[in-house]
Ligand binder design. Structure first.
Ligand code: TLP
Length: 345
């Protein structure tokens, strides 16, 4: 059965143009810095994000881990939102592998961190306490509804960090979705960040990979850490080739996924058993819950019944769902997904 897969935009498969570019890619040994296709991707990514240099890594998780380890030594502290992907979904890598201490403060519903809460979390110069080296934001914010975080807010966090002598990292896994939603170039969203990681393998449809961007000096440090983590790849140009096609052809169309998410939400909002989160979708993610009247039916049971009808959805709690639109979800798939929910509930 060909599924309508709304679990995530990570399920996207490469387009025919990507497969063709992969087959024809010129390659070299990237550990020697000699893969021309990886080098082109890195330059292109850095230019798009207004940074000096880029580094191709295997995943978003590796991008965040490598970046945080490049900013922080063992025992140093990073200020993170309690709903950050790095806190919830990256297997504790920053502490397990880097000895980095995370200081978690509440994410506000829009995915931001209150400036006074960041300020209050900064450690004083006291030998008993860790050293605050970094604050990390996420844009779009996955667990906060796929929310897009503004240029002005990001700038204020960057300014605060720099005034107080530490750095700002951006988990920009979906930074181009944020840019599309806000109608601003992605580079403006990261202008005050010291590093940013974005993913090629989500809404941009490439099969593998993320790129870290920052200053040349920062990327040189990240390069060494990538090697320590076992992420030095060899003829990685076959993967980078798909990433180039992703940047060339997939960025501009992300607004279509947001429009389809809105249409899907409109249809689902008309089904009595479902309660959409206020304001959802903000980008390509819909968050919603089962109405109490559907109890004892759980989200997992509903998801199972939907799967039997060819529709896969993300389960985000005992009665919660996350649905994500992407390149492979067309108008027909939206209609079919709405019909499947209506049948099941
Ligand atoms: N997110 C995945 C799951 O891990 C939850 C998804 O389906 O949304 N930062 C953010 C904001 C992310 O959403 C993700 C992936 C990552 C980092 C990690 O990227 P990968 O999966 O490439 O390691």
């Amino acid at each position: 059965m060909e599924f309508i897969d709304l679990r995530s935009d990570t399920v996207t498969k490469p387009t025919p143009a990507m497969r063709q570019a992969m087959a024809q890619a010129e390659v070299g040994d990237d550990v020697y810095g000699e893969d021309p296709t990886v080098n082109s991707l890195q330059e292109m990514a850095a230019k798009m994000l207004g940074k000096e240099a880029g580094l191709f890594v295997a995943s978003g998780t590796m991008g965040n881990l490598t970046s945080i380890l490049a900013h922080c030594g063992r025992g140093d502290e990073v200020i993170l939102g309690d709903k950050a992907h790095t806190v919830i979904f990256e297997a504790g890598g920053i502490s397990a592998l880097g000895g980095v201490h995370s200081r978690q403060i509440p994410n506000l519903p829009d995915g931001t961190l209150a400036l006074d809460a960041i300020e209050a979390a900064i450690r004083p110069d006291d030998a008993h306490q860790p050293v605050t080296r970094l604050v990390a934001l996420e844009n779009t914010h996955n667990r906060c509804g796929g929310s897009a975080i503004s240029v002005a807010y990001t700038r204020s966090v960057g300014e605060l960090a720099h005034q107080r002598g530490f750095s700002l990292h951006m988990d920009g896994a979906r930074i181009f979705n944020a840019a599309a939603a806000l109608g601003v170039p992605a580079k403006e969203l990261v202008a005050t960040t010291d590093s940013v990681t974005f993913c090629l393998s989500k809404g941009l449809c490439a099969p593998v990979g993320s790129v870290i961007c920052g200053t040349k000096e920062f990327i040189a440090r990240a390069h060494r850490i990538r090697k320590q983590l076992g992420g030095g790849m060899r003829q990685a140009g076959v993967l980078a080739a798909a990433g180039i096609v992703a940047l060339e052809t997939m960025v501009e169309r992300l607004a279509e996924d947001h429009a389809r998410a809105r249409r899907l939400a409109e249809g689902l909002g008309g089904i009595p058993g479902l309660i959409l989160d206020p304001g959802t979708p903000q980008t390509n993610m819909i968050f919603m819950s089962l109405a109490p009247a559907t109890a004892p039916l759980t989200a997992a049971q509903v998801a199972q019944r939907l799967t039997e009808r060819g529709v896969r959805v993300g389960v985000a709690g005992s009665n919660r769902f996350r649905l994500v639109t992407h390149y492979w979800i067309d108008d027909r798939a939206v209609d079919q997904a709405i019909a499947a929910f209506a049948q099941v509930l």
